[in-house]
Each structure stands twice: as C-alpha cells, then as structure tokens.
Design a protein around this ligand. Structure first.
Ligand code: NAD
Length: 253
C-alpha cells in the first residue's frame, strides 16, 4: 500500500513500529543524502560523474588503483564533514529503546556508528570507506597513511607486510561479499517482525534480496524511498517521501 500523504504514512509507520517487537532497518545511500553525501543513481549522484572501478580492474592495474584513490581523496572533505541525519538519529533512538537489534546497511560512510550504534550492531554489507585494508593479508590502514604515501610518490601504495594493493575497506563490484555479514543479515531478516528498507533503489544484489527474504519469512515490509522500487508491490507500506521528513518524528531525546 502506498501512503497517500506524508502524514498518513508517518502515522501508519508509527503504528507498525509500536506494534513490532523486533525491527530491522536496511539502509542505502538515500538515508545519507541530507548529510551531504551524494547517492549513486540520483541526478548529480556519483555515477553520473564516475564509472565505478570493478575489483578485477583495481587488482590488475596500477592506473586504476591510482584513479580509485584520487576519487576517494576528492570525496574526503564530504565524508569527513558529514554528521548523522534525521534518519540515522531516528534509527539510533529505536536502537537505544531496544526495538532494533542491529542495522543492515549498504552504506560505507560510518554514519550509523556515529549516530550511536555499537560497531558490532552495524552490519556493513559493502564495507566501510573511512579506513583502508590490504586485499592480500587484510591488514587495516588509516586513510592518512595512504594519503601520505600517495602524495609522496604519486602512486597508490601496497601493503607493508605482503606487498599486495591497499584499497578502501569497501566491497567493489566483482568482489566477494563478506561472509559473516551476509550470515548475520540473513538471520536478522528471518527473525524480525518489521523490516524497513530506507533509501535504497534495491537494484544492487545480493543486498536487495534481504527485504524479500524478510517478507517471505513473515515480517511486515516497509519501503521508504522518494522514487519507486521494483519491490514496492511486495511492501505492506510504501512511503514515497523524503527520508529525513519521514523519520524526524521518531528521533528521541
Ligand atoms: P542508490 O543510489 O542506488 O539509491 C538511493 C535511493 O535513495 C534512490 O532511489 C534515491 O531516489 C533515494 N533517495 C535519495 N535521497 C533520498 C531522500 N532524501 N529521501 C528519500 N529517498 C532518497 O543507493 P543504494 O541502493 O544504497 O545502492 C548503491 C550502492 O551505493 C550501495 O552499495 C552503497 O554501498 C553505495 N553508496 C553508499 C553511499 C554512502 O555510504 N552514503 C553513497 C553512495 C553510494
């Protein structure tokens, strides 16, 4: 059912939240646009400017690695300045109230952690761009280390331990999904009674399978997104409005 107005959608969502014992949110780039971080697919989104660099290209080519890091540093001011928005804060309030056990996110911006979720309760399906990781041995690096090295010789650096490429700790197209996170997200989707997909175009798989899994496992499904998604017909409630406006009433003190 598509909410006919923002207020009727918020009211219905409030009833569903009040009636649910276990709520699992699933978030995409749309929850972060009000914080200044662009999404991928909207006009002005990241993909309208840059073609994504697939994992095998990153591994095979020093030029691709240099370009990937140039783009990442170009975004640094935006990521560093972003603070949790109303959507993040509403979810953090429900988490503190014990209604939300964990959030499943496609986002890489660390804003759920910044809003008050324990890191262990943020299930990052696509990793995190606020630090770097060696693709060989998995050693973590601070971005500042990568930047210093990059600025010094103009080349994306390799691991000091195993000499393999160092990449943002994100999952690129063509890269394997993180197993533990996929398992945990599956369990959460299967065990909740309300699943809320927020700010995702629901076209990136396998992540986009979680709303359907929750629905098939018996949960009610809510989709909050300002444009239609392919899964709207499966949802018990679709709110096609701005996320900050929709979730502001659920921000606690
Ligand atoms: P997407 O760009 O495909 O979809 C975002 C959706 O949110 C769009 O349908 C858009 O219309 C909607 N939206 C944007 N702002 C909104 C608002 N204020 N209110 C309501 N709806 C709004 O993003 P996705 O589905 O998350 O998938 C793409 C991939 O992008 C993810 O894997 C993620 O890793 C990556 N990504 C992450 C970030 C981030 O961490 N903030 C930013 C860009 C891309």
């Amino acid at each position: 059912m598509i909410a006919t107005s923002l207020s009727s959608g918020v009211e219905r969502l409030g009833d569903m939240i009040a009636g649910a014992a276990t709520i699992v949110p699933f978030t995409g780039a749309g929850i972060s646009t009000e914080t200044g971080i662009p999404d991928f697919r909207s006009p002005g989104g990241i993909w309208t400017r840059n073609r994504p660099i697939p994992f095998d290209e990153f591994v095979a080519s020093q030029d691709a690695r240099n370009e990937a890091w140039r783009r990442r540093f170009a975004m640094e001011q935006t990521f560093a300045a972003a603070r949790p928005g109303r959507g993040h804060r509403a979810l953090a309030s429900l988490y503190k109230a014990g209604k939300i056990p964990a959030v499943i996110t496609q986002n890489i911006d660390n804003l759920h952690q910044a809003s008050g979720f324990d890191a262990a309760d943020v299930i990052e399906l696509h990793g995190n761009t606020t630090y770097a990781r060696c693709i060989g041995c998995g050693k973590d690096y601070e971005l500042a280390w990568v930047k210093t090295s990059f600025d010094h010789d103009g080349q994306a650096p390799s691991c000091t331990v195993c000499d393999q490429p160092v990449k943002t700790a994100t999952i690129s197209f063509g890269q394997a999904m993180p197993e533990a996170e996929m398992r945990r997200a599956t369990e959460l989707a299967q065990r909740c009674d309300l699943f809320i997909a927020i700010g995702s175009s629901l076209v990136v798989w396998p992540a986009a399978g979680f709303p359907l899994l929750a629905k098939q496992s018996g949960a009610k499904l809510v989709i909050i997104n300002n444009e239609p998604t392919e899964q709207d017909s499966e949802a018990d409630l679709v709110i096609r409005h701005d996320i900050g406006e929709t979730l502001a009433p659920f921000v606690g003190n």
